[in-house]
Structure formats: structure tokens, C-alpha cells
Design a protein around this ligand. Structure first.
Ligand SMILES: C[S@@+](CC[C@H](N)C(=O)[O-])C[C@H]1O[C@@H](n2cnc3c(N)ncnc32)[C@H](O)[C@@H]1O
Length: 269
């Protein structure tokens, strides 16, 4: 049996390194989609789970919502707090595990997570927590990378170079399958809406892309830091091949639409 606490400690270490601000800027469009489809507006109480440095929190606060942003990784919470303070936004930051949210039942009008809660090791526990803290009749919104999209293939490739994943826990990318989301939310939600969306990755060339994922932040950069020179060279070659299969640009640059599943589920009133 996998020790989930050990896994979470490893997650904290992964997300404490690098420069997440650069990565967050590239996925901001998904946060905007979430804010729009959840119809987040002034006066609502909103929780962002696994917030990173607060892409959703910032946009929701700009709408006039009262926002609490939370993340498992203390370094992320610090990064987010600095960001919202610099922008003069009134966001409360909390260190919190998506599997054990430190909030009372029915505390929020909307609970969101972009590419975050999907990484909690026990999806049913995560789902239960998201719905426990949202008020009846209100919404839970998620953005989840899909297994068939570019990011699904990307994680598959990078995972081949790392230690094997625990086989007694569901893969995070399962959150990107509509049927899996419906199954996990079945007993919790009155209605469930999903639609595919895309984040655009743009790079001057594949090498810039490899440097970005391999050096900036997150699990791919944490993995690259553990590899020897020869393994990095093989991974770079595999990455370039992957990119060539998905690239929509033909001028040497990289333009890839990376699919995610946008989810809005309503707790019964
Ligand atoms: C890819 S980042 C996404 C951050 C942010 N939502 C965004 O869109 O930029 C993943 C985040 O999930 C957080 N995370 C991973 N497992 C978590 C858990 N069990 N509970 C809360 N946060 C978690 C990490 O600390 C990290 O900040």
C-alpha cells in the first residue's frame, strides 16, 4: 500500500522548487475559462483548491468575489500571497490538502481547482471534500488535463524516465475522462457538465520547449534534475519527436493546443 503522506511530502518538495510564476502565466487561460463557466461574480464566496500561485483566485477577486486560496505546498501559498498582495487583492491564503480541507461544511458558493485537485492521490476523497465545502445548489469547477491530449502524452513520456508510479492509486489523468468524472461525482452532484478546452503552448522551437518544461517548475523539471546527461539527451530527443507529432506550426516554432476537460458540477439544492 502506498504511503499517501509520503507521496504528499514528495509533492510539496516538487512544487517548492523552480519558478512557478512562469508556468502559471502559460495556463492562465484555463483559469479564465473556469471563472467564466462557473459564473464567478461579485459577492460570492469562492475557494480555490490546489491554487498554486492563485490563477483562479486572482481573476475571481478581480470580479469582486471574496476568495480563499489554498494549496498543499507552503512555498506556493507564499508565492500566491505575494502575488495577491502586490496586486492589492483581498485573498485569504491557507495551506491545505485537497483531501482534508480545513473548512466547515457548506462554506462556499463556488469551489474550483485548475490542474491541482486532480493530483490528490485519492480522487474519491478529493471529490467528497470539494462537495462537502460547497453550499447546496452551488458549483464545483475543475480543469483537468486529458490522457489523450498533449499533456497526457507528455506526462506519459516523462513518467517513463522516472520511478514507477504506485499501481494501487488511480492515475491523475483519469480526472480528464468525462465518464470517470461522472462516476466520481455521481452521488455528489445533481448535474454535471463537461467540455474539452485547450491551453496553447507556444515556443520559439522545440528546444526552448524542452528547456521550459525541464527547468522552470513542476514534476517535469524535478524529474530532469535527477537524470544523468545521457538520459536527458534521450528524453530531449523523445520530447522533440512528441512535439513534432502535435505541432501546428510549420515555420520551426512550436504551437500546440493541449487539451483539458472543463467540468462544472452542481451540488443538489
Ligand atoms: C500544476 S500546479 C496548478 C496550480 C494552479 N491551480 C494553476 O492553475 O496554476 C499543481 C498544484 O497542486 C498542488 N497540489 C498537489 N497535490 C495537492 C493536494 N493533495 N492538495 C492541495 N494541493 C495540491 C501543488 O502544490 C501545486 O501547487
Amino acid at each position: 500500500m502506498t504511503d499517501v503522506e509520503q507521496l504528499k511530502e514528495a509533492t510539496r518538495q516538487v512544487w517548492s522548487r523552480g519558478d512557478y510564476v512562469k508556468l502559471a502565466a502559460r495556463v492562465e487561460s484555463a483559469a479564465q475559462e473556469l471563472v467564466d463557466v462557473c459564473a464567478i461574480s461579485a459577492g460570492q464566496e469562492v475557494l480555490e483548491v490546489a491554487a498554486g500561485n492563485g490563477n483562479v483566485a486572482v481573476l475571481a477577486a478581480r470580479e469582486g468575489a471574496a476568495v480563499v486560496a489554498s494549496d498543499l505546498t507552503p512555498a506556493m501559498v507564499e508565492l500566491g500571497r505575494m502575488r495577491t498582495e502586490t496586486e492589492g487583492l483581498d485573498v485569504e491564503w491557507r495551506i491545505a490538502d485537497a483531501e482534508e480541507l480545513p473548512f466547515d461544511d457548506e462554506s462556499f458558493d463556488c469551489v474550483t481547482s485548475a490542474f491541482g485537485a486532480m493530483f490528490g492521490p485519492r480522487p474519491d476523497v478529493v471529490a467528497g471534500e470539494l462537495f462537502r465545502v460547497v453550499r447546496p445548489g452551488n458549483t464545483v469547477g475543475m480543469a483537468n488535463w486529458t490522457p489523450e491530449g498533449f499533456m497526457g502524452r507528455f506526462f506519459e513520456l516523462f513518467n517513463r524516465y522516472g520511478p514507477p508510479r504506485p499501481d494501487d492509486l488511480p492515475h491523475p489523468l483519469e480526472w480528464g475522462r468525462e465518464e470517470v468524472v461522472r462516476e466520481r461525482f455521481e452521488s455528489l452532484a445533481g448535474s454535471i457538465w463537461t467540455e474539452p478546452r485547450w491551453v496553447r503552448w507556444s515556443f520559439a522551437d522545440p528546444d526552448e520547449g524542452f528547456r521550459f518544461y525541464g527547468e522552470t517548475a513542476g514534476s517535469s523539471s524535478a524529474l530532469v534534475a535527477t537524470l544523468d546527461e545521457e538520459a536527458v539527451a534521450r528524453l530531449r530527443a523523445d520530447f522533440v519527436e512528441l512535439v513534432e507529432g502535435w505541432n501546428q506550426a510549420s515555420d520551426g516554432s512550436v504551437e500546440i493546443d493541449a487539451e483539458y476537460l472543463l467540468v462544472v458540477a452542481r451540488r443538489p439544492g
